[in-house]
Structures are given as C-alpha cells and as structure tokens.
Design a protein around this ligand. Structure first.
Ligand code: DGJ
Length: 740
C-alpha cells in the first residue's frame, strides 16, 4: 500500500480507490503532491516540475526567486516562515515564538497497530494496516516532527497523526498542533459541509460556499459539543448523496477541536483539523514527545453516501471494539423519560417485567438511583444507592432483574460532582476552577478535575465497586455540562495550558480501565444527549445516545445528519411516549418505530400505561427489529432524500452481499392533492438481481429500482379517500427487499 520512489524522492500511498502522494523537495521540506482518485503515475516527474513560483509572496531563499513556501502545497505547514495561511504548528519557547523549519531525515514503514485503551485511535493486524512514519528534523531548534499516515486493507480511509519531539535543552510550548492539514487544488464554488446544531438539535447538515478567507467550526467547551462535530468536508459544487467529489476529515477526539478551511489568494483550499488551540498550550520538556489525536481522511468521487460508507467502515472495523461487532445491540428500556426522578425499585421492576414480556433485553436505571437525588440539585459523585428507593439494595434489584432474564444497566455521570455531595465535601480541591474563586454552575453541578490522577483513581474504585457489587452489564455514561473557568488545582502553573487535553486523557483512561476490569461491560455514551457523539467516544462505546430530543420528526434530521459520519447502529434511538416531552408533538407508534428502526432501538416509556394494542404492536416491532438487526449492524447505509431539503425523508440499508435491503420513507406534513404516482430511485442494490418487495407483493430488478424507482405509498386526501394508504401528518413506511 505504501511505496517510496528513491529516484524521485516521492512516497506513494495507495488503497483501493485513492492515492496520496508526498514529495521531498530539493531543500528537504515535505510537499503535498496529490490526494484523489487512485492513479498509477508513470510520469510522476512531470508533476514534480513545479517551480512553486508565485507573484507577491515571500521567497524562502534570498537568492532563489523561484521558490516560495506560500505557493507550495505542504504536508505540515508551520507558522511564521513564509506561508501566511493557517498553520498546523505554532511553537514557543519560554518567551517568544520559535519558527521550526522541518527537513526530511528518514522514514519507516510499520505493520500492526495495537488497540491501546488509554487513548482512542485506529487499530488493525498485520494484514489490515500499514503505516508510514516520515521523520523530519529542525536543526536550528533541535526539534523533531514525525508525520504518520496509516492505510487499511478494507477501507479507503487514510489516518494521519503528528508527533513532536523536543531534543533541545530548554522546554518548548506547543500553542497549536493540528492532527492534519490538507492542501487541495482550487475548486471554485466548493462547499464547506459540517454537522452543527444545538442541544436537542444535534448534527444538522450545514453547507456553506467558501470564499477567500477562513471558515471554521469548533468547540472550546471541553466536549466535542452539541453545537459542532469534529468533522469537516469540502465538496465540489452541486455534490449530492450520489455524486460529486468530497474530501473529508474526522477527528478521533472528544474534547476541544477546530476544523477549518482556508481559501487562499488562488482559491486553493487548505483543510485543517485538530485540538482547538484556544485553550491549549502544551509544555514539552527536553526529551519529551507530544502526539496529536488521529484524523481520518476520506476522498470520495461519488458523493456523500460514498464518503459516509468509508467513515462507517473505518469506525466499525478499526475504532469500535470488535467485541460488539457481531452482536446486536441490546433492546433497552430506560427509566429516564419513563419516570425521571420519581421511582423506586418496585415501580421500576413492574416496568421491567412488562418490558421483558414485550421482548426487551435490558433495563437501564437512569439518573436518580444514588445518594439522595430527587432532582438535579444534589448527590452527583456519591455512587451509593439511595436506600429510600432501593431498600433491599441495588444488588437485590439487579438479582431480581437478572432472574427474569433482563440485563441490568446503570447510569453514571462520573466527571461531575454536586456542591451537595459527600465527594465535594471531602475533596473541594478536586473541582475544576481556582479554589476560593467564583465557579459557574451548569445544571447545578461542578466538573471534576479529570487531569488529576487521584480523581481518576477514586472514580475507578467507586464505579468498579458499584459495577461489581450489582453485577452491572451496561452503563450509561453521561456528561451534562461544559467546562468553564478551566483550571486544575493539581497541575503546576506552567502546565495549566495542558488542562483541557489532560481532562480528556483522564476521562479516556477511566473508561479504558473500567473496560479492562470488565471486558464485557457495554458502555452507552451520552453527554446531555448528543454532546459528545464522536469517534473518540465510539472507541469505548458501541452506541451513543444521539439526542435528548426523542421526537420522531426531530430525530429524522438528527439521524440523517449523524449518519453522514457515524454508523447507524451507533445511534441510540428510543421510542418515547406522546405527546413528546421535548416538542409536545403527537406521532403514531408506527412513525416512531420506523424512525428508531434505522438505529439502535430502545424505549423510554412505561408499557403498563399503553393500550393492549400498543403493547402488541411494540412486541411485533421488537421481533421485527431483531430479524433486521444484522442488516442495521453490518449493512451499507444510503441516504436517499434529505429532511433538510424537503417535507420527506428516505434512506435505506443494504446487506453487504446485496441480497437484502430495508427502505424507510417518511413524510412530515400531509400536502393537499399530492401527485398520484411517485417513484423514488433506490441505491446500492445489485442491478442484475430480482428483489421481492415484501410489503408491496411486487418483484422488480435492482436496475429497475435504481433507475425507475420504488413506488411510494398511494396518498389521496379528497373527501372520498378510503383507498389511501397514508393519510395525515407524520406518516411513514418501511419496506423489506429480498433477492428471490
Ligand atoms: C441527560 C441525558 O441525555 C438523559 O438521557 C438523562 O440521562 C439525563 N441526563 C439524566 O440526568
């Protein structure tokens, strides 16, 4: 997958569909030559004949007016040496900025990437992954930079990472160190695509045409956030789900991030992604290394669906724990929207019994089971069951749940504590923020200093004890507020700029240690809904609670947007009661089921309060979901019609062998006098195969379904409308397609 042309000093990285070409300039600097559709360049020298000359730029050599760094496409641009665009690296000594100028020294190719539970990142065995490490040296400052590229045999993603080593005798300060920079050819009219939104409205697809200057999204909240996601794509004008050229980057990280595109004076874009420099200042002592989080790069020649499928593949095969790959995620009943803080063991067991009868696998006791927590005002940090709610103890509750064949899930919010908690009273200095100064509240709680190893040790002891005592099978790991007044009472003054990153490293360490202690523990991630839906968390959690908004109509947008990057089985989607808690909307059980079906299905309602018909329907829905679970878990997902562009949404998932597919169509509001006959073109099917559409008793070829389309339900809303299949607002259908 990786070759080095010694005559031309060029590295050629190739996977099935893409090529990535890196050159070493005559002066030893690293040049970016190409990233795009796979090529077999026989005349590479032609592309190296590049004088890099551009008017109006600073020359790198005084005597050589042909060479300007500002006009070179670079692999890892550095601040302050002639390229004025956004840099990947900015370095200081104790007082002022240093200007490293890296030159090629050597390279190494390695196979195998072990799964290291301390920090999220890709992994693979010798047949799956090959990595190129290019070592560069800056003689003047005595600092080394290694840029690493990994390729995978089963996906066309390229991962990138950078490591800086201080070989000088004085400490250095890293002010900015991005995971990857990508200089691309000019594409007039290119669009910046990102996933943005808000709490309850996470990961909506946003498209912005680029103009000269910088366009960026990011987070300085200590979490990847509800507002933005650590992902960015640059798409050629007019890119759709099925066509167009896309270059995208995803950061494997859950904390502060910056994703930006700068369009320079020649309309050439530079994409960058990495830790946000705003609250980042890492002290690098002599002899120390710093390695960035990994960035995953995708180039697609066939639109956004092809980009998403590459991300899904790399996340499933090389980020998520392989343990869960072949096992369907459990069907969960969760106590939160069912009972909020108002429950005790008997009430929950009554719900769990009924849930079991309906086919659920697992019952989660959400917030409120510990300390004396009857509201958000107290007890976070005291992970001991509340004896008023669990008089016989939480272990007894677990035993009773296990006795009826239900697994047991328990909610934690490990990274926070409340002022009214034994933990805060015992360790006020574990708070994030300077002691004796004002601290902002969020949901009434403070953040724990996860950069302090004593805090991580304490949490590990308490949580592992709770898990062991109550034989917990699953934990829901929540995180409900963002960081303010960032300051660690543990770190020395010179290292305060490391706090935000060390916070994430401490959190990852805690998750990794718990998973080492309990290898079968299933962690569902959550951060006030979808505030940390990112590849860093997916490394530890096979699924993430996508949003605190469980309304089916809102979820169309959230799930559609999330699927741009993340596999649908990683999206935790629960059916809740109506009217919906967040928006007050009344949707049918069928609509709620048909949306949640294209995700990891669960429930947040009390089935005892439902009619017999509704209970029977849920039982059937769970059975049907279980039959389709493999398709959801391992299939290829295609977005067909976007809720951001119309009143309708459609998507489908196709099995890897293309023999089975599941198609979902949703209409938000009814329209008067709709078109009588409508077909929608499907994607991903075997054109030569004949598919039986189960719900339509029809047989059609893959070619017909992809070119002519599948017939949408007949609508008719005049007065005499008996034959209409869908009527009213919030309607949907799910069709199964199977090769005969
Ligand atoms: C926020 C989560 O997203 C909810 O599902 C629930 O767990 C609450 N926190 C509990 O406080």
């Amino acid at each position: 997958m990786i070759t080095y042309d010694t005559a031309l000093n060029v590295f050629h990285l190739q996977n099935k569909t893409t090529s990535y070409v890196i050159g070493i300039l005559p002066n030893g600097q690293l040049q970016h030559l190409y990233y795009g559709a796979r090529i077999q360049p026989e005349n590479l020298a032609y592309y190296l004949d590049d004088t890099n000359k551009a008017a109006g730029t600073v020359k790198y050599y005084e005597q050589d007016h042909k060479f300007s760094l500002g006009a070179v496409d670079q692999e890892y641009p550095v601040d302050g040496i002639g390229d004025y665009n956004e840099p990947a690296l900015s370095l200081f000594d104790a007082t002022s900025e240093r200007y490293p100028d890296f030159h090629y020294d050597s390279y190494e190719i390695t196979k195998v990437k072990a799964r290291n539970v301390k920090v999220p990142g890709t992994f693979g065995d010798a047949n799956q992954v090959e990595s190129l490490h290019i070592n560069l040296k800056d003689e003047q400052n005595n600092v080394w930079l290694t840029v690493t590229y990994s390729l995978f045999s089963d996906t066309d993603v390229i991962s990138r990472q950078a490591t800086l080593k201080n070989e000088a005798t004085e400490p250095l300060q890293i002010h900015r160190m991005m995971s990857a920079a990508l200089d691309l050819p000019a594409q007039p009219g290119a669009e910046f695509i990102d996933l943005s939104g808000a709490w309850l409205r996470e990961r909506h697809v946003q498209r912005t045409p680029l103009v000269q200057g910088i366009h960026a999204v990011g987070s300085t909240r200590g979490a990847s956030s509800h507002q933005h996601n650590p992902f960015v794509a640059l798409a050629s004008p007019g890119t759709t789900e099925q066509q167009g050229q896309v270059d995208a980057m995803l950061l494997v990280y859950s904390g502060d991030f910056l994703a930006e595109a700068e369009l320079n004076e020649w309309q050439r874009p530079r994409l960058l992604i990495g830790i946000h420099p705003a609250h980042f200042n890492w002290r690098l002592m002599p002899g120390e290394n710093f390695t960035t989080p990994e960035a995953l790069l995708v180039h697609s020649e066939h639109g956004l669906n092809a980009m998403s499928q590459q991300f899904h593949q790399v996340l499933r095969q090389h980020i998520m724990n392989p343990k869960w790959l072949q096992r369907p995620n459990p069907i969960v009943f969760n106590s939160w929207e069912t009972a909020f803080f108002d429950f005790d063991a008997e009430k929950l067991l009554k719900i769990a019994h009924k849930a079991k009868k309906l086919g659920a696998d697992l019952f989660v006791v959400d917030d409120g089971w510990f300390g004396h927590r009857d509201s958000t005002a107290s007890s976070l940090g005291d992970w001991i069951a509340d004896s008023r709610k669990f008089p016989a103890g939480i272990a007894d509750f677990s035993t009773r749940l296990h006795a009826i064949g239900m697994k047991f899930g328990l909610w934690f919010e490990p990274e926070s504590f409340d002022p009214d908690s034994d933990l805060y009273r015992a360790h006020p200095d574990w708070v994030v923020g300077r002691l004796n100064e004002r601290h902002s509240f969020g949901r009434g709680q403070y953040i724990l200093d996860m950069a302090n190893p004593a805090v991580v040790d304490h949490l590990f002891d308490q949580i592992q004890q709770a898990i062991a005592d109550a034989e917990v099978d699953y934990i829901k790991w929540d995180m409900n507020r963002n960081i303010t007044e960032a300051y660690s009472n543990y770190l020395p003054a010179e290292q305060q700029g490391e706090f935000m990153h060390r916070y994430m490293l401490g959190t990852y360490d805690l998750m990794g240690r718990l998973l080492q202690r309990f290898p079968d523990l299933f962690i569902e991630n959550c951060a006030g809904g979808g505030g940390r839906f990112d590849a860093g968390m997916l490394f530890y959690s096979p699924q993430i609670w996508a949003s605190d908004d469980s309304d089916a109509v809102e979820r169309l947008k959230i799930q559609y947007g999330t699927s741009l990057v993340y596999p649908i089985d990683a999206i935790s989607a629960h059916i809740s009661a109506v009217p919906n808690q967040q928006v007050g909307r009344q949707t049918t059980l069928a609509m709620r089921n048909n949306v949640a079906k294209f995700a990891s299905l669960g429930y947040e309602l009390d089935p005892n309060l439902l009619s017999d018909n509704e209970q029977q329907q849920i039982k059937k829905d769970i059975e049907a979901y279980q039959q389709d679970a493999d398709l959801i878990k391992n299939g290829r997902f295609y977005r067909i019609e976007s809720p951001f562009e119309s009143n309708e949404t459609a998507w489908m998932v196709v099995s890897p062998d293309k023999r089975h597919a599941l198609f979902g169509w949703y209409r938000i509001l009814a329209t008067a006098n709709p078109s009588p006959k409508r077909y929608l073109k499907l994607a991903g099917l075997n054109e030569n195969a004949t598919y039986q559409i189960r719900e339509q008793q029809a047989q059609l070829t893959g070619a017909e379904l992809s070119t002519w389309g599948i017939r949408l339900p007949y609508e008719f809303n005049a007065t005499n409308n008996d034959t209409a299949i869908v009527k009213g607002d919030f309607t949907s259908v799910v069709y199964h397609l199977d090769v005969k």
